[in-house]
Write a protein that binds this ligand. Sequence first.
Ligand SMILES: C[C@H](CCC[C@@H](C)[C@H]1CC[C@H]2[C@@H]3[C@H](O)C[C@@H]4C[C@H](O)CC[C@]4(C)[C@H]3C[C@H](O)[C@]12C)C(=O)SCCNC(=O)CCNC(=O)[C@H](O)C(C)(C)COP(=O)(O)OP(=O)(O)OC[C@H]1O[C@@H](n2cnc3c(N)ncnc32)[C@H](O)[C@@H]1OP(=O)(O)O
Length: 383
Amino acid sequence: MALHGVRVVELAGLAPAPLCGMILADFGASVVRVDRTPHSAVSTDVQGRGKRSLALDLKRPLGSAALRRLSCAADVLIEPFRHGVMEKLGLGPDVLLQENPRLIYARLTGFGQTGKYANSAGHDINYLALSGVLSKMGRKDENPYAPLNLLADFAGGGVICALGIITALYERTKSGKGQIIDASMVEGVAYISSFLWKSQNLGLWNRPRGENMLDSGAPFYETYKTSDGKFMAVGAIEPQFYEQLIKGLGLDSDKLPSQLSFSDWPKMKKKFASIFAQKTQAEWCNIFDGTDACVTPVLSFDDVASHQHNKQRRSFIRNDQEEISPRPAPLLSRTPAVPSCKRDPFIGEHTEEVLLEYGFTKQEIAKLYSDKVIEIRKPKSNL
Ligand SMILES: C[C@H](CCC[C@@H](C)[C@H]1CC[C@H]2[C@@H]3[C@H](O)C[C@@H]4C[C@H](O)CC[C@]4(C)[C@H]3C[C@H](O)[C@]12C)C(=O)SCCNC(=O)CCNC(=O)[C@H](O)C(C)(C)COP(=O)(O)OP(=O)(O)OC[C@H]1O[C@@H](n2cnc3c(N)ncnc32)[C@H](O)[C@@H]1OP(=O)(O)O
């Protein structure tokens, strides 16, 4: 796999950093998640695929010293705390990079390492709000609406941080040097919204929220309910595709207003909605599948893996516990990701194994254990 041989130490966090670590693990990196001790019964990391867990108390001097040793032998450290936490633990980048100048020290936060909000708590919705992107989302005459916690936490956070890490790893092959990555989710989500900024002069966003082409204003970029309570998604933007939509709906474009007549959009939406409500989702799929009308079913999590297209591409995978999840993307032709089929690690399951691998002696491990700096948890105790 592409990242085989890359050693990552990920300090356990809530949602974005775990995705970043999972991406690296899926593509072959050896990822050790450092969990807190004393731990809660269940990890809050639901994206632990392919990782190993080491339970270590960083607030104890021996614990932070152990992390320093791990960092010395690691390529990447991912830390998910607000600014200042690592410095308080004596584990700031100045310390760790001095000990290991090749280390890539990735700091994944909401607000970044500097600025007025650097020390403040926050979550996806706050970062999305501060990036400006949230102001663009939502239906007409309604409050801004955050699309789950996908944009800041994951797209602008976990994925952008992974991009930073891969870029820094590549650069290190030339310079031999590590560096610090200041991955702010506010900036990450702003960056991925560059299209919104760069397309402003096209007139795409001139109208109030919820009345533009791509923000639920247009009848041809919308979801519609079907007679069986499911939904179809319509994205027929280009005129030639719009024409196929109109045909599939059984309408005659000569008798309709032009596609871009904004004032007619509310009326056209109602018309489309009443037509979509007359057939089931499967019936609409029969009509639109194989056309260029840009009409697809809105699949539920229950249906998605068994949809013919997704099955053909094996887009979803099943682990040893029969849990279904998305296959890592993108597909690399020679060195694709090979996600682990095993269950996620229990907290402290690999403490001993990891410490041995990173050069700790059995005696040192025994001392850390008796001093309650580490926890060792055998899988059978969790079954
Ligand atoms: C919208 C999302 C959030 C979704 C989260 C949900 C997925 C989860 C939220 C609640 C979870 C459930 C809940 O926990 C109950 C169950 C528990 C069970 O175990 C599992 C099932 C649960 C149902 C569980 C299920 C799910 O996990 C939940 C539903 C987001 O937006 S996430 C993005 C958040 N933002 C960031 O990540 C940006 C950077 N980070 C921060 O700004 C802060 O970390 C944050 C998030 C504001 C939290 O602040 P906090 O004060 O708590 O932490 P920090 O200031 O960062 O300091 C960390 C302290 O911890 C110490 N520490 C860390 N590691 C260790 C260690 N190994 N040993 C010892 N100590 C450690 C560290 O020193 C800091 O200590 P101090 O405070 O003293 O400095």
